[in-house]
Write a protein that binds this ligand. Structure first.
Ligand code: NAD
Length: 246
């Protein structure tokens, strides 16, 4: 993909799953990466494996101080920031009628407010020279999720936040796009795949009849920041094996 060589990226949630696979793709293309994640042990491991290319910063994306520290570290260590991948996510599940307000707020805080804080400070770091940002939302930005109202509502917010950011940041040469993954095999969905009946029911709804591997989300994510996507801005790319059209 064009334009990646020598760039610098921040990846939140980069210690696992889709985020880590994006990190691997970036490293293959000679991009330096600052990873912000809660998982200190894993960050250390990745840093040890790639001492010249990776810096890990323990980050809670709900903390503006943490996000500022992540961005400052990236720029101090690697000299600039070109790309932001906002991947960190979690879900506290529950039926709307029963869910505690604390659980609802905790989910929205990470999924939506975490992306707001990340985009805000990434944009500040990029505004002098331009860049590109990818926010990982979900097919559940478009499709409701039984037992996952907080998650789906917050992910819908991420899609609209992306469009607003694209509108505001184009003047600085910063493009902002969203990826909406369907069902991906990662630690986040490991419990789901333990239930064979549930898995089968989902496979019948997905035209591809299989979940995706994280690499199938990482590749289009990296494409969206590359110069090959230079005219793509404010868009939502659904990566779901055709699930949404059924
Ligand atoms: P994962 O659990 O493998 O990785 C998520 C990472 O985010 C972890 O390393 C975790 O430590 C980190 N994280 C969680 N809360 C954080 C916080 N407050 N601050 C910083 N880091 C935090 O999950 P994944 O499946 O790779 O998910 C990545 C993204 O993709 C998430 O936003 C998720 O909602 C989204 N997504 C996943 C799927 C799927 O099927 N796996 C589908 C649609 C969307």
């Amino acid at each position: 993909m064009k334009g990646l060589d020598g760039k610098v990226a921040v990846v939140t949630g980069g210690a696992s799953g889709i985020g880590y696979t994006i990190v691997e793709r970036l490293l293959e293309s000679n991009v330096k990466v600052a990873i912000g994640d809660l998982n200190e042990e894993r960050l250390k491991e990745i840093e040890d494996n790639y001492p010249d290319q990776v810096v890990g910063v323990v980050t809670n994306v709900t903390s503006e101080e943490d996000i500022k520290k992540l961005l400052t570290t990236a720029v101090e260590k690697f000299g600039k920031l070109d790309y932001g991948f906002n991947v960190a996510g979690m879900s506290k599940s529950g039926l709307i009628m029963d869910q505690s307000f604390e659980d609802w707020k905790a989910t929205v805080d990470v999924v939506l407010h975490g992306v707001f804080l990340s985009v805000k400070h990434e944009a500040q770091a990029m505004k002098e020279h331009g860049g590109a940002i990818v926010n990982i939302a979900s097919l559940n930005s478009h499709v409701p999720m039984f037992f996952g109202g907080a998650y789906a509502s917050a992910k819908a917010g991420v899609e609209m936040l992306t469009k607003n950011a694209a509108l505001e940041l184009a003047q600085y040469g910063i493009r902002v796009n969203t990826i909406l993954p369907g069902l991906i095999r990662t630690p986040l969905t490991a419990d789901f795949f333990k239930n064979e009946d549930l898995e089968q029911a989902f496979m019948e709804r997905i035209p591809e009849q299989r979940p995706a591997e994280p690499a199938e989300v990482a590749a289009p994510s990296v494409f969206l920041v590359s110069d090959d996507a230079s005219y793509i801005n404010g868009t939502s790319l659904v990566v779901d094996g055709g699930w949404e059209i059924t």
